[in-house]
Design a protein around this ligand. Structure first.
Ligand SMILES: [Fe+2]
Length: 203
């Protein structure tokens, strides 16, 4: 267990003390704030024929709604991020995901930051592979990470974790993962804890 993972109980306490917005509150904001709609919404979908990404609702029932970096819109989320930033001395942001049953937003990929997640409703199955070594990792990488993980993940059995309502969990940076919503709609908040030297500055 690393230092960050050891903070999971504290993260759980913060979620209880400062409950993040409900899906209804996020939809209310979406419908009332044009700037939020324009700059803070992404729609993702992965099926057998590939990965789709859109800034507008595609009208497809398997699309995941991603509310991006919501920490400056909700006081409670801001407080959780502030507490985590104080603890880790790095930037923290929060994105929320609303996924239809049996859907998958992204193909297997890794992120450049650690994740603290809370599953609000529905369940999601996470497959998580061992951490990529620094030697194959470059912080400039964007979602076009396919060639790196397509060499890496077939070599290992992934850990399988099911996040159920109320669960909190931690996924270290550079651990490739694939997430599938199970048999009902699913909603989760993901807090990204950046590296001290992260070049990710788009807040
Ligand atoms: Fe991810």
């Amino acid at each position: 267990m690393n230092d960050r993972q050891a903070m999971l109980p504290e993260f759980k306490r913060l979620i209880k003390e400062y409950p993040p917005p409900t899906i209804e509150e996020l939809f209310t904001l979406l419908n009332s704030d044009e700037e939020f709609k324009k700059n803070r919404m992404r729609y993702f979908e992965t099926q057998e024929d590939g990965f789709c990404y859109s800034h507008t609702v595609p009208g497809n029932q398997k699309t995941t709604w991603n509310f991006v970096r919501i920490q400056n819109y909700f006081e409670n989320v801001r407080k959780i991020c502030d507490e985590l930033e104080k603890t880790f001395n790095v930037r923290v942001f929060c994105s929320s995901y609303y996924s239809p049953e049996s859907s998958q937003a992204f193909p297997a990929h890794f992120d450049a930051y650690d994740l603290f997640g809370v599953q609000v409703f529905g369940s999601k199955k996470w497959k998580i592979w061992p951490q990529l070594p620094e030697s194959v990792y470059d912080k400039e990488l964007t979602p076009a990470q396919g060639p790196i993980i397509s060499d890496w993940i077939p070599r290992f059995q992934p850990e399988v974790m099911v996040a159920n309502p109320g669960d909190v969990f931690y996924v270290a940076a550079r651990r490739p993962h694939e997430v599938i919503a199970l048999d009902s709609d699913s909603f989760s908040h993901m807090f990204a804890v950046l590296d001290a030297d992260s070049k990710f500055v788009d807040f």
